[in-house]
Design a protein around this ligand. Structure first.
Ligand code: PMV
Length: 331
């Protein structure tokens, strides 16, 4: 439906005449990591990061990316966790490519502190791009509404559009070719007892980025044809489970959704696999714990690490079963 736009045209349309005149010396922002319970895997438009399906995530409260940005005359200067990065660093080229969409002539000093290892499948790019958009909005005093911020964040990394919000967030896939109806919304739901923790299986950079992994899956995986129907079922089940605080229903739909997403990847040619032996060991430990009566479910993203879903009341038993668990307590 409608006409496709270039990313620069989307930005112009969203900014609607706002300028690049700084309102202050430095823009500052925080955005949370989000973990998808129903995953986004596959694009219908690669330039605009428009997804094939909707997805649903939970944001992780105070865990995320803190970004400061200030205009500079010379070349870009980028610090990640207090380490200055060289121009050759992929993180710098990705940031630059994104900032070029706004104004190729403007350079910046950017400081980002990430609470999670970058590029390890813990959604650091989602919180990173969301924090960057929020920091630009702060620097230039644009005062954009959350929907506009979500659309801008999506252009950096699809899942970043969900990190504009805390809580449970649905990224509505939309139908328009220009993607103006493809953005995240916060669900009117709350579940303070629901917990997400993660088990680090490796902090090494992943073998293939999510962008290339998705593309190869969509283009070559025989199982991808089944994915949109799976998402439609899981999304409905997960929303209902959230509304009813039904943990078993939530956990089983979320775990099955993550495994099905990875199955589409394994069926790609050549296969896309983010799993390490430790990933399988951890998954089996989760299944065994569940068989023994512990309510715990797993989900995984484009990386080897495993996230656990559990309830606050089971925290002590979960900690005893998984001593290596990093707990997070979303707001
Ligand atoms: O936004 P990207 O390109 O980093 O893709 C993220 C995709 C997954 O993390 C695997 C799933 C999701 O919905 O977050």
């Amino acid at each position: 439906m409608g006409c496709s736009l270039k990313p620069t045209e989307v930005i112009q349309s969203v900014l609607a005449g706002r300028t690049f005149q700084p309102a202050k010396a430095e823009g500052k922002a925080f955005a949370p990591v989000n973990i998808a319970l129903c995953k986004y895997w596959g694009k219908r438009d690669t330039a605009l990061n428009l997804p094939v399906t909707s997805s649903l995530s939970m944001s992780l409260g105070a865990i995320g990316a803190h970004t400061r940005i200030a205009p500079v005359d010379g070349p870009d200067q980028v610090w990640l966790n207090d380490e200055k990065l060289t121009d050759a660093d992929p993180f710098v080229s990705r940031l630059r490519a994104y900032l070029d969409l706004f104004d190729p002539a403007q350079h910046y000093t950017i400081h980002t502190a990430s609470d999670v290892p970058v590029a390890a499948g813990l959604a650091s790019s989602a919180s990173g791009f969301a924090a960057l958009v929020l920091a630009l909005d702060d620097l230039y005093g644009w005062s954009l509404d959350p929907t506009s911020l979500s659309i801008l964040a999506r252009l950096g990394s699809g899942s970043a559009c969900r990190s504009i919000y805390q809580g449970f967030v649905e990224w509505q896939a939309g139908e328009q070719a220009d993607g103006m109806d493809s953005y995240a919304v916060r669900l009117d739901a709350d579940w303070p007892a629901l917990r997400i923790g993660w088990i680090e299986c490796s902090s090494a950079p992943k073998p293939i980025g999510s962008r290339a992994g998705m593309k190869r899956t969509v283009e070559t995986s025989a199982l991808y044809a089944a994915w949109p129907d799976q998402v439609a079922r899981d999304l409905a089940a997960i929303k209902q489970a959230i509304a009813q605080h039904d943990f078993e229903a939530l956990g089983s739909a979320a775990e099955s959704n993550a495994l099905a997403m990875h199955a589409t990847m394994w069926a790609a040619r050549p296969p896309v696999s983010y799993w390490l032996p430790e990933t399988v060991v951890t998954l089996r430990a989760v299944w065994q714990a569940r068989e023994q009566g512990l309510p715990v479910y797993a989900t995984m993203d484009a990386g080897p690490n495993v996230k656990l879903l559990y309830l606050a009341d089971d925290r002590e038993r979960i900690r005893a079963a998984f001593p290596q668990l990093h707990e997070v307590s979303p707001a």
